[in-house]
Design a protein around this ligand. Structure first.
Ligand SMILES: Cc1ncc(COP(=O)(O)O)c(C=O)c1O
Length: 462
């Protein structure tokens, strides 16, 4: 192995450490707009390559201009923080450079995936079921929808839909990936029903049953019900058990999108929120959200054993040459070449164990409760609702939530976004980084109020 490669690895480690050491000193969002970044950074690939010193300098400049998502002042998205175990695993992945389609080229990493999936299935109540790693919750939802479609509309895999119309039922507040997948699967975005929600943001089982009956009466085929465990804006959990009653009565596939809140099954204290999950047919669980594994790391789990191979396998004698289907995950994957997303999760799990992850989830939900109580106790702020999981939505009455978030961003004070709750534009604060403390929440709320005071008065109805 060449010295230059080892040098490159050492430099990568040094740059990573420098970044970690500077995280809380620098603004969460370096002050640069896209045009000035284009001008300042040497982004176009050159005709002649540079030496490694120059390369490291260029890379450092890109890193210095990068939004600091691992900062304790980042509340903007459903991921954040940095986990030592998972990062240790992730950092060796490129030097191993396996592709997770065959045992022949991935060896123990196929077994790592297998062990993780086997360990995760019982948390969903799917002992002995099937599962696969995917590049994110959107793709986990996609693969579940693909399987549900093929099961409800036999022959689709070979002949297409053949004029049949399949319908997906998802709450009006579900993630857009469900609608997008319906378009990608040839089912049509307009065939996703946005089932009304109750006051707490949960899908209404009565409205769901009514929508299914109306479609059947008109000759359409109900394909899948998507219940969300942790909606993107409100963190609401659909009433899975009551929805499973409807799914069972109607004979419709039940998927639970736990991309955001699925990890709550790790917590003994809170897993009751997902009551009825064991009755579902499939489950999306993103480890790159509440479990803090670096992007991307998502798993699609299925109650029925061996179901993925039935819907995804292809014959490829140039690829699958030994070891049988079980040891060749490429026979049940959306992808051909596939990066190793499992090793970082395996390392995280080795370091924390089930107990450590349970503590992590409890801490995130406790911090969200603290934030909600702090908002509620503050006469200058209005809490939109008590949090069900780790999202806290609130307003500064008479001020634009979007303008507040934009000002916080422009000044590099914090990154936090907005979301609509019951017709109001709110600030959506997400607790996903277990390094954050109550002081970080207090500092954010103080910054929100200070910024709001400098903004013009306006009503913020959505
Ligand atoms: C409920 C829900 N489902 C699916 C997704 C998509 O996940 P990913 O970003 O991993 O594709 C998200 C993302 O925020 C989500 O909140």
């Amino acid at each position: 192995m060449t010295e230059s490669l080892k040098d490159a690895v050492r430099r990568a480690a040094a740059l990573a450490i420098e970044h970690l050491e500077s995280v809380e000193r620098q603004p969460v969002r370096p002050k640069r707009d896209a045009d000035s970044l284009r001008a300042a950074l040497l982004l176009a690939p050159p005709a002649r390559g540079c030496d490694v010193d120059e390369l490291a300098d260029r890379l450092a400049s890109v890193m210095a201009a990068t939004p600091v998502t691992i900062s304790r002042r980042f509340f903007n998205q459903l991921f954040g923080g940095a986990d030592p175990g998972a990062i240790l695993g992730e950092m060796v992945v490129p030097v191993l450079n396996n592709s997770l389609y065959t045992f022949k080229v991935a060896g123990p990493h196929v077994l790592v995936e297998e062990a993780l999936i086997r360990h995760m299935l019982p948390f969903a109540g799917f002992e002995g079921g099937d599962g696969a790693f995917t590049p994110g919750g959107s793709l986990s939802n996609f693969v579940a929808m693909l399987v549900a479609r093929n099961e409800a509309l036999p022959g689709t895999r070979e002949r297409g839909l053949d004029g049949r119309v399949g319908v997906i039922y998802s709450s009006a507040e579900a993630h857009y990936s469900v609608r997008k997948a319906a378009g990608m699967l040839g089912m049509g975005r307009q065939n996703v029903r946005g089932v009304p929600v109750d006051a707490r943001g949960g899908m209404r089982p009565d409205a769901l049953a009514e929508a299914i009956r109306a479609d059947r009466a008109e000759g359409r085929v109900p394909v899948m019900i998507n219940a969300t465990a942790g909606t993107t804006v409100r963190g609401a959990v659909d009433p899975i058990d009551a929805i499973a009653d409807v799914a069972a009565a109607e004979g419709v596939w039940l998927h639970v999108d736990g991309a955001w809140g699925g990890s709550i099954v790790l917590s003994e204290r809170h897993r009751g929120l997902l009551r009825g999950l064991h009755r579902a047919d499939s489950f999306t669980w993103d480890a790159h959200k509440m479990m803090g594994v670096p992007l991307t790391c998502s798993v699609a789990l299925f109650r029925k054993p061996d179901i993925l191979r039935a819907h995804l396998s292809e014959v490829a004698t140039y690829l699958f040459q030994a070891d049988g289907d079980r040891l060749n995950p490429g026979t049940r994957s959306l992808q051909c070449g596939r990066r190793n997303d499992a090793l970082k999760l395996w390392c995280g799990w080795q370091l924390h164990g089930d107990a450590g992850y349970a503590r992590r989830i409890d801490a995130l939900l406790d911090l969200a409760r603290y934030a909600a109580e702090a908002v509620d106790a503050d006469p200058e702020l209005v809490l939109a609702e008590a949090p069900q999981t780790a999202n806290v939505c609130f307003e500064v009455p008479g001020r634009s939530s979007a303008a507040i978030c934009e000002r916080l961003y422009d000044e590099g004070l914090a990154m936090v976004g907005t979301g609509e709750v019951c017709g109001r534009n709110t600030i959506r604060l997400v607790c996903v980084n277990p390094d954050q403390t109550t002081e970080d929440i207090d500092a954010l709320l103080a910054a929100v109020k200070a910024v709001a005071a400098s903004l013009p008065a306006e009503d913020d109805a959505a």
